[in-house]
Structure formats: C-alpha cells, structure tokens
Design a protein around this ligand. Structure first.
Ligand SMILES: Nc1ncnc2c1ncn2[C@@H]1O[C@H](COP(=O)(O)OP(=O)(O)OP(=O)(O)O)[C@@H](O)[C@H]1O
Length: 437
C-alpha cells in the first residue's frame, strides 16, 4: 500500500530553525526570506529588523562585502570564507561561511548562506605568549616606564589584598597578562578562568555559575565586561554575588574610562561597583615608549631559548622607527609584529629595516603615506577603479581623524558621525587590506 504523501515543509522549517548553523537566504532582489535562530544570535539582529529591507541597505555598514550579494551577482558559490566583524550588539564575531546560488529549473531564484560560528575557537587559539605554556608571573611583565612600574606595584598589592580588581586599558595593553600575574602570586592560586565576555551568552554564564559552585579556590577573570549586552551584565552580576566565596578571586577588565562607559550605557553601574574595590589603569604603549625596546629584548630572549634562533635585538634605525610609531594595538600589535619578524629572521642577530614587513613600513609613513595631492588625477592612465579610489580616500580621511584625536577612537568616531564599532570595523578592514597588499 502506498504511504500517504506528507508535507515536508514543516520538518524543513523546524530543522532550519533549530540548526546550530546560521542560515540566511535571500531572493534575487536581496530580500530576506529565511533567517534562522542561530543567524540571529550570530548577527545580534532581530528578525523584525530584516523584514522588507534590502540586504544592501541593511549590511552596508555592518559587514564586510556581502557574500550573498556577490553570489547573486555572479551566480557562483563562494565557499569557506572567514569573516570577522562587529555585530549589531558590538560583539566581535568570527564565522566561516559557505554561500550558494539557488536555482529553479536553471533560473537563479536567490542565494543562501550557511555560517559556522567559530568565535570561541578563534579566541582560544589566539594566545601568543602562552604557546610556551609558562605561567605568567610578575617577573614576566615588562615594566620599565614609571607608569608600568606603578601598575605592577598596585597589582602586587591587589594580589595580597585579594579584593576584586578592575583593570582599565586599551586593547592589547596587557590586562589579561596582568590578571594572570596577580592570580599566580597567591600561594594556593588554584585555576585561572577567563570569561571572554564578548562571546559570552546565557549558556556560558550558566555554566560559570555551576563551576563556581564546585570551586574552592581560583581566579575568575571577566575579560572586557563592557562588551556584554546589559541584560547579560546583570545576569553575570547576579551569578557572582551569589557565589561569593573566600577562596575565589574576581578580576575584570574594561577598555575605556568606566565613568564614560556607564554614562553611555555600555557598563552596568552595579557590575562596575562589584569589581572596583581596586582599579588599575594601564597606559597605552604610545604613552610609555620606554617599554618598547625592553619588551623586544625579552621577546627575543624567549625566542632564542624556545626556537634556538640567533636574534638578539633591533638595529638603531629600527628602534627609531618603533619609537616614531604610535602602536594603536599596543603590546599585542608589537608582539604580533615580532612574531612576523622572527619567522623570517631566525638566522639574523640584529633586526634591520629590511626585515620589517611592508605593511608596517607603510603604516609608519606620516598619514599612511597618502597626501591630498595623491588624490588629484592628471591623466587617463592614472585612473583607478572607483572602489579602490574611494577606499584610499576613506583610509586617508579616517587616519587623519584619528591623528587629530590622538588615536582616541571614540572621539574620532563622534567627529565622523559614526558609531565607535563602525569606525573600529573600518580601521580593522583597512589594516587587513594593508596586510594583503
Ligand atoms: N607589560 C607586558 N609585559 C610583557 N608582555 C606583555 C605586557 N603587556 C602585554 N604583553 C603581551 O601582550 C599580549 C596581549 O596582552 P593581553 O591579551 O593581556 O592584552 P589585553 O589588554 O587583555 O587585550 P584585549 O583587551 O584585546 O583582550 C600578551 O599576550 C602578552 O604577551
């Protein structure tokens, strides 16, 4: 007997909504027709925001060039594309996407994107100095400048007092590094846990609450609490307040002035109070350039021990270039540059300018090497594609604005009439393009 035909659509719909992979489909006009729960979580968007709005309009400022649009234009699939961007809630997200054209009887009727969220994996993999697995102690911290010496002194007091502490400093200034040194200073330090708040969700905080119940001693480091949406911040506060135990030590970090963060609704006042028994402010590297050379020396010393390389130090010219540069990514940026240099210079003893990567040399030119007259076109031969021209003009303008505000992204963004996340995203894209050129 033949089985009655059943409508499979409700099953497909259920599978799509429940899948742990983001699904976003559009028709040929770019209008969203499928947008599942996981995609909503990845993008930090509400489905209502997507309805009846063109893809182009919606994603113009929020994502790298939309792969869905490109697939609609070319009719070809685009596979395994890794994208890192800030979603609507200001969370940094990394996904790997496969985007396919959808056809019905040869005719293109739309495109579908499948996104795997690899944010947590990315975060776990990027731990540069941890690759030698040595615990971070106060002795591992480079602190030659007066301001860094003061940081270490206060951090040592924090380690003795074991009062909740708040580390304040731009990205890459070493907040997590210092948190770990504070943790290691205790005789019975126990485990060091980092909660990466930018990728935290209800589930992760719930897991933390379960672990806290079991934990007798250890440190909970809540990294960048200002990156979490408000409701998650209250949830975290609730969990921490209910698990206060003598053996557990609490540290958190933020990337800007907490008063400003509270005023702009990015930091919950009560969560700030929880951690602020002791505040430690870490200066950006551009305000303590005395730390640059000692940091490179200790980096090379570790490199020699670990990899048997010959590198001993920087030539006078490279030192001068390093001093001229403002290091917007702070020690993390310097460390990544040294990783790059060390990988090509293992046999050299001294790092000379010819060993510096091209993207770095380009960056240390004033105004990124671009002057207003570069944008004047005299002959047909000088014409370049409009997109490339606009990109150059944008890079020049953003760099100018940042210089005018001494690298302060919040203030430059305000002057440019855009959100901080939008400017950060554009700067990141600019850096990435420079890296590829
Ligand atoms: N004073 C220092 N001495 C030695 N190494 C440092 C110092 N500060 C930072 N570093 C190095 O820079 C890297 C980046 O620092 P870290 O991740 O702690 O920065 P962060 O302020 O927590 O950044 P983010 O806010 O982006 O997470 C560390 O892995 C560490 O190797």
């Amino acid at each position: 007997m033949e089985r009655p035909k059943i409508d499979l659509n409700p099953f497909y719909e259920h599978a799509i909504q429940q899948a742990e992979i983001g699904v976003h489909a559009v028709d040929t006009a770019g209008t969203t027709i499928i947008y599942n729960r996981k995609m909503k979580q990845i993008e930090g968007l509400e489905s209502a925001e997507l309805m009846d709005r063109s893809l182009l309009e919606l994603f113009r400022f929020d994502r790298e060039d939309s792969t869905l649009l490109r697939v609609l234009q070319t009719g070809e699939p685009i596979l395994n594309v890794k994208q890192t961007y800030w979603n609507r809630r200001g969370q940094e997200i990394t996904t790997i996407n496969d985007t396919y054209p959808v056809r019905e009887r040869e005719k293109l009727i739309g495109a579908i994107e499948l996104s795997r969220d690899v944010t947590k994996l990315e975060r776990a993999m990027y731990q540069p100095l941890k690759n030698n697995e040595e615990p971070v102690t106060f002795a591992s911290i480079t602190a030659v400048s007066t301001s860094m010496q003061r940081v270490v002194e206060t951090a040592k007091k924090a380690a003795i007092a074991r009062l909740p502490a708040l580390l304040i400093g731009e990205s890459g200034t070493g907040k997590e590094f210092i948190a770990e040194a504070i943790h290691q200073a205790a005789a019975d330090a126990g485990q060091f846990y980092t909660l990466y708040c930018h990728s935290a969700d209800q589930e992760l905080i719930h897991q933390l609450s379960l672990e806290l119940k079991e934990l007798e001693n250890g440190t909970i480091f809540c990294e960048r609490i200002d990156m979490m949406p408000h409701e998650l911040q209250s949830h975290l506060l609730h969990v921490l307040e209910n698990c206060r135990s003598n053996g557990i030590y609490y540290i958190a970090s933020v990337a800007g002035d907490p008063v400003e963060l509270i005023a702009s609704n990015r930091l919950l006042k009560e969560l700030y109070y929880f951690f602020s028994s002791l505040s430690i402010q870490i200066e950006p590297l551009r305000n303590r350039k005395e730390d640059i050379v000692p940091f490179t020396e200790s980096y090379f010393e570790k490199h020699r021990l670990q990899y048997g390389s010959a590198i001993h130090g920087l030539s006078e010219e490279v030192k001068r270039l390093f001093f001229l540069y403002d290091w917007p990514g702070n020690l993390k940026e310097l460390e990544m540059l040294l990783d790059e240099i060390a990988s090509v210079a293992a046999a050299d003893e001294i790092v000379t300018p010819d060993l510096l990567p091209a993207h770095f040399l380009q960056r240390i030119q004033p105004d990124g090497g671009r002057k207003p007259e570069d944008f004047v076109v005299f002959s047909k031969k000088e014409l370049i594609p409009l997109d490339a021209y606009l990109q150059e003009a944008e890079n020049y303008y953003l760099q100018k604005a940042l210089n005018m505000y001494d690298g302060n992204v919040t203030k430059a963004a305000e002057a440019l009439g855009m959100s901080r996340q939008n400017l950060q995203y554009r700067l990141r894209k600019m850096k990435k393009n420079e890296g590829q050129s």
